[in-house]
Design a protein around this ligand. Sequence first.
Ligand SMILES: NC(=O)C1=CN([C@@H]2O[C@H](COP(=O)(O)OP(=O)(O)OC[C@H]3O[C@@H](n4cnc5c(N)ncnc54)[C@H](OP(=O)(O)O)[C@@H]3O)[C@@H](O)[C@H]2O)C=CC1
Ligand SMILES: CC(=O)C(=O)O
Ligand SMILES: [Mg+2]
Length: 759
Amino acid sequence: MSKQSKRIEALVYHAKPTPGKIKVIPTKKYASQRDLSLAYSPGVAEPCLEIDKNVDNVYKYTAKGNLVAVISNGTAVLGLGNIGPEASKPVMEGKGLLFKIFADIDVFDIEVNTENVDEFIETVKNISPTFGGINLEDIKAPEAFEIERRLKAELDIPVMHDDQHGTAIISAAALLNALELAEKKIGEIRIVVSGAGAAAISCTRLYKAFGVKKEHIVMLDSKGVIRTDRTNLTSQKAEFATNRKIDSLKEAMVDADVFIGLSMADIVTPEMLKSMAKDPIVFAMANPNPEIDYDLAIETREDIIMATGRSDHPNQVNNVLGFPFIFRGALDVRATKINEAMKMAAVKALSRLAKEPVPEQVNLAYNETRLTFGKDYIIPKPFDPRLIEEVPPAVAKAAIESGVAKAPIEDWDRYKNTLMERLGSDNKLVRMLLQRARTNPKRIVFAEADQLDVLKAAQIVYEEGVANPILLGRRDTILDLMTEIEFDVDVPILDPKSDEELERKNRYAKSYWEKRQRQGVTLYAAEQKMRERNYYAAMMVNEGDADGVVTGYSRSYPNVVKPMLELIGMADGVSRIATTNVMITQRGPMFLSDTSINIDPSAKDLARIARMTSNVAKMFGIEPVIAMTSYSNFGSSDNPRAGKVNDAVAFLHKAYPDMIVDGEVQTDFALNSEMLQDIFPFSKLAGRKVNTLIFPNLDAANITYKLLKELNKVESIGPIMMGMNKPVHILQLGASVDEIVNMSAIAVIDAQEREKRQQ
Ligand SMILES: NC(=O)C1=CN([C@@H]2O[C@H](COP(=O)(O)OP(=O)(O)OC[C@H]3O[C@@H](n4cnc5c(N)ncnc54)[C@H](OP(=O)(O)O)[C@@H]3O)[C@@H](O)[C@H]2O)C=CC1
Ligand SMILES: CC(=O)C(=O)O
Ligand SMILES: [Mg+2]
């Protein structure tokens, strides 16, 4: 994507469909008059009085305990400088979004219109009763130091200037790991720090606390090397002034072991890198563009360990890895501060996590076969679900031990469970899916691209780099719609009904005819068939002109399945196709099968459906725990309908003893592990969290998934086709744009998986 189109993409992302990135959602019922009389006057007076009696009750009756203020005055926004409060708002909203998706913390972003330190402090103090914590952001040095120091002293809720401490924590964890790889001792390294602002000063202080020697540090600001003989240094800069008689970054870099960039883009040259010591460690963390381009640095030195603040290269050293989890831990024990012990605990947790085996889910999200601790993986990835399990408990423990926790945790297992559940209902899986598709996009045919929603989805997957769409349908309609939605790019458009691309169409017809000429198909009939979009799309995949198909938006499911089965067929060893839907529920992703194809599957079919669904769950990086559902429990009914499910279970237990599957079981027992454990302790599901439900027939599966979708507004991915010979994915009639986008990502990943298996 060109710089210009990235720019437009970013602007459109922020502008549409609703300006900005954050909104407020009520957490209580508000449907009836009764609800409103509780939510507001008169009912609301009761919690007011309770809080008036005891101010700590504010944590019990209001959102304070989970609410963080992200506050800036816009004086040091990323590496963009002093661009003012309004221009800083997108960054602050962005932090709000990250707090929410990574740690389920709610945020109000607050942009304050003052550069005066006293006024700023007064403003924050005056609004602090609303919040459980204060994240100061993008405030320039040296004012940032005084603002943070005074607010910490004067408020009894955690205050952290993230550019200082978040960055220090993440980069220290990465530095410790990089030094381990380079086999260098922290007490011996020579380090150059470019930048002497909020981030650079705090990072360097923390490195010193971990053992870097002061005499081994050279720090630079916009005026050059900070030397002891320079006049008018701030006290923070003076802390790191060097006795060495050098003037420039170029001189400082000679024989340095580590470069820390917290200044601005493109100030480091390849020559400077070449002059560094063996196995140099370079953290170029200026945002959005680093001190030296990642690729240039890698090309320049083979032995480099390189990190940037960006997400599009390995080793993203960015405070996003810290603030959500640090505040989570601090809020959960009602810490009055974020102190050194808590910061150190976060550093250690992050550094340790990078050395542990990476869960398959993370490999899948980044399309890596095996991420392992090494030069390209010195710090965990932001999408790693272990971050919320590991970092907040470490921070919370340190808060308790250092005596700043007002509500210490007693049951740590329970706490860890609540942390996991916090992320259960978000759309993490969808993010992972799109992220993974993006790493190796495939050519996907959209067989109904002349339908507005299908075309919109094709536009999104194109612009997000999820897939390379091929648009099939009436050319004029497609072109008109493309103009309407400003999808102004050069993607292939093919119209099966027209006589364009006759050579291709004839080729498909001939190939189709050759396979079926002894089944009564004439060449003429084959040519006619190729005018039909689904036949044409299927032939594109068969002939290797596309990697997958997404279709079915405007036709009934069976009408689309038929041509796909006829042309593409089932995969080797498969005797039945089926579908599964992934429902993104409060308790996490749930696989429901078979939602679209087999009306009344036999016991053997049910076993096959369970087996195929198990494979799809693994493709998502999820270890399947499967309940074979019914209206009865473990033989409690002798009706053949329940018996069928029981037989399927018996077959699976025998053929696949390692599969975690059991039943027949009612859905309430399946979903309530304690109840199951109490009454059916012998079950393989007892004490486990079921994530896959296999239904006894199509009625039950289809009704359940649609009910969840409509009544509970549960997001659904699918129906995902299982058992086809090629990546063909069929939408439900009238699927939404989001559903089509998700399905396209599935088609891409399906194609990626098949490619991997062939290699
Ligand atoms: N990856 C991450 O997670 C994070 C990255 N950052 C990045 O760090 C940078 C600084 O942020 P922050 O500390 O908050 O901002 P500040 O405004 O507090 O500090 C900026 C510092 O950069 C110095 N500087 C400017 N130009 C140069 C130059 N050519 N050579 C050396 N130093 C220079 C300034 O010098 P002077 O003192 O003379 O003005 C100042 O000391 C930004 O690019 C920001 O995006 C920040 C936080 C987190
Ligand atoms: C990441 C961040 O906080 C910054 O660049 O300022
Ligand atoms: Mg910042």
